[in-house]
Design a protein around this ligand. Structure first.
Ligand code: EPZ
Length: 419
């Protein structure tokens, strides 16, 4: 069993390069289903979740070449078929459901296992299905499967009760070839939506307004091949920004789009962390007297839920009382008991966590419950006195490329061990 072993208390220094965004490349690989010409993705992050979605497309007879050394993925979907990916594979990763929209757009029908919830929440798909139905798709849910059928996709006006990222992405992809115009209101505004639209438009689609809460898609007949370089991962960048703060160090982070990490810069600045932007790099100096803050996770451009666990780890080390409110998921505090094993003082009350900063965290044996909780435990381990051993690190490999080597390259005493 692989574990991560950290001896904490060391200052970090130097610079680290951020990889491309997991939450951008997953919908983009799904969107390649819409095109029967070759699509190339450059600077692709070689992540577990990327391998899973490629495995699912291969079951649909997609011809995918993954060149790990050059970080390139070449996808040829000219011979795609209507196969049925196994439930076990689909349930490995919720984002698998993102192939529903493009498959229905291409074949007029598709059947896939319900993605099911995950550790952080029930993760419903009602908004995805409502959007597909509005486009003229018949949806049937039985025996744990979603079956979609349509004779013709027609553009429609869709209002999302909640600015769901996945629902926005699925509806955009489903409407690419629909007759007429589709309008999505109260759409998600995340940078990953903008990147998906850029990918689709580079293939000849007509997606207007991505990045705002109103997106228009004018149906086209077909798409051509393209070469695309996804945006950098704003959550990985934020994780390293917090690493500088929690170890009270100064580091340089390269490959950062400052606009995408604005809510994180604002919150860390409020804590008295010193942050300078320089081109597509950012210099973060946490070696200061940090202040407690309150955080409420919100859809973009609010504070990202995917940075909540990492910020909780940081606030555990900051003198004073901080309050975190998690509005996006009903169960995204599973890192709390693990942080408490390291001496953190946290009280949970429904969707809020009250954190009392402590003088120091102490190393302990802890378990990863989900991707970002794992990142938070690494951050806590880097700051804690003594040795921290983190189990179930497969969660972390889903969303971070080579995480221990990246931290090692900036001075972290961190290793992946076999136990
Ligand atoms: C995406 O998930 C990200 N994943 C998540 O990142 C991220 O936390 C989330 O967006 C919010 O930013 C990918 O992009 C692959 P949602 P997604 O649909 O699309 C409600 C990570 O750590 N909802 O915006 O599933 C539901 O309550 C992962 O990288 C419905 O009610 O997020 C959900 O909790 C974790 N009905 C909330 O919206 C629906 O049909 C946010 O979901 C869909 C969503």
């Amino acid at each position: 069993m692989e574990k991560i072993l950290i001896y904490g208390g060391k200052k970090l220094s130097g610079e680290v390069n951020i990889s491309s965004a997991k939450n951008s490349i997953l919908p983009i690989i799904a969107a390649s289903i819409l095109c029967d010409k070759e699509c190339v993705i450059e600077n692709a992050p070689m992540l577990e979740d990327v391998f899973v979605i490629c495995e699912i497309l291969r079951i649909l007879n997609s011809n995918i070449k993954i060149d790990e050394e050059n970080k390139r993925i070449v996808i040829d979907n000219s011979n795609l078929t209507l196969a049925e990916p196994s439930t076990e594979l689909v349930r490995k990763m919720r984002a698998s459901f993102l192939i529903m929209g493009p498959m229905v757009a291409r074949f007029g029908k598709f059947k896939i296992s319900l993605p099911g919830g995950c550790n952080i929440g029930t993760r419903p798909i009602d908004l995805h299905l409502k959007g597909l139905a509005a486009l003229g798709v018949d949806i049937n849910i039985e025996h744990g499967y979603v079956e979609a059928n349509t004779s013709k996709l027609k553009g429609s006006n869709i209002y999302l009760d909640f600015p769901s990222v996945g629902a926005t992405e699925n509806i955009i992809m489903a409407s690419i070839f629909a007759e007429g115009e589709t309008i999505i209101e109260n759409a998600a505004e995340e940078p990953e939506i903008v990147d998906l639209a850029k990918f689709l438009n580079s293939m000849g689609a007509n997606v207007i307004g991505a990045g705002t809460d109103k997106i228009r898609i004018i149906g086209v007949k077909e798409l051509k091949g393209t070469v695309h370089k996804p945006i950098y991962d704003r959550v990985e960048a934020g994780t390293f920004m917090v690493a500088a703060a929690i170890t009270r160090s100064k580091i340089k982070i390269n490959n950062v789009n400052h606009e995408h990490v604005k809510p994180i810069i604002a919150k860390l600045t409020e804590m008295n962390v010193d942050i300078h932007t320089m081109g597509d790099s950012i210099i973060v100096d946490g070696n200061r007297d940090l202040k407690p803050v309150d955080i409420k996770t919100m859809p973009y451009p609010g504070f990202p839920t995917d940075m909540q666990a990492q910020m909780m780890a940081l606030l555990c080390t900051v003198n004073g009382t901080s309050i975190i409110t998690e509005t996006m998921y009903e169960n995204r505090f599973m890192h709390t008991p693990e942080l408490k094993r390291m001496g953190a003082k946290i009280k949970l009350d429904g969707r809020s966590a009250v954190i009392e900063g402590v003088q120091k965290l102490t190393g302990a044996e802890v378990k990863t419950t989900d991707l970002r909780a794992g990142a938070a435990l690494i951050l806590a381990g880097l700051a804690a006195e003594g040795c921290t051993k983190i189990g179930d690190i497969y969660h972390i490999d889903r969303g971070y490329v080579n995480i221990e080597n990246k931290f090692k390259s900036i001075g972290g005493n961190i290793n992946r061990i076999e136990e």
